[in-house]
Design a protein around this ligand. Sequence first.
Ligand code: C2E
Ligand code: MG
Ligand code: MG
Ligand code: MG
Length: 279
Amino acid sequence: HARDTQALRVCYYHSAMHQTVSSRLDLLEELRHALARNQLSLHYQMQKSIAEDRIVGFEALLRWTHPRLGSISPAVFIPLAEENSLIQDIGAWVLRTACHTASQWREPYRISVNVSPEQFRYHDLLTLVQDVVLTTGLPPERLELELTESTIFVDKERALHTLRGLKALGISLAIDDYGTGYSSLDLIRSFGFDRIKMDKSFISHALQNTTDMAIIRSVIFLGRVLDIPVLAEGVETEDQLAFLENEGCHEVQGFLLSRPIPLEQLVSTGCVSLTASPA
Ligand code: C2E
Ligand code: MG
Ligand code: MG
Ligand code: MG
């Protein structure tokens, strides 16, 4: 009897595994067509200066709405795209769309775009950014690229070269999810980052956990020493905001201020106004 149960379990295990593998393949197949089928879109989430109490920019966040599967999280499909070099086309589309959109805002807000390590590694990001800035007419100082530590650690020398080139174009660089990797002071300084985005995992426990509070304080202190503004992501409560303000954090982003929303909603809520009607 015990053996039967085990056999059954093994059988079940295999079928579950098979299902996982095949649904991953299905998803990948669907993702290959997502761009051409207009299933990808961008949402924009506001970033505010605490001291000035005003909007300073928006982060572009990719959304995939599949007609049958519904909305699929970027946490699921971005890694899939990265493994299959689809991220090149998708990443280029994101950059172009975000810059084009921001170029039509009356207000000169910053637009922040996430760049995946794979985009950085295999393609000439510099050429792409140069072309996008040129063709969209977005002033380069309004574009910020968000990179994570893993992006840079793959090949430090090459990364340094690319980042210097990007900075020479006049765009700015933010280090995303800061505190979750292995960044040293040296890295932030030598790579010329213009902003530190503190990871939301610290913010979400900030007021219950003294270690997270200490980490937040030290990141803000680090920013002050290096003269680099610090943005806290994932701010959800007034208490978190008050704490960050009290600690001298420069900028915030999170559900408390706004969820990521589509362009139409950005316009209808008066966050931005357009210079021309959207194409
Ligand atoms: P990220 O760049 O760190 O983006 C912040 C994530 O936190 C977003 O999740 C955003 O919706 C979420 N968020 C914002 N405020 C709050 C809050 O108050 N509470 C909580 N719990 N979450 C908040 P999202 O949109 O699901 O994106 C997840 C990740 O997927 C991003 O993390 C980024 O790493 C990646 N991603 C999204 N869009 C792109 C893209 O266009 N290109 C690349 N390469 N990666 C992207
Ligand atoms: Mg980001
Ligand atoms: Mg982040
Ligand atoms: Mg992240």
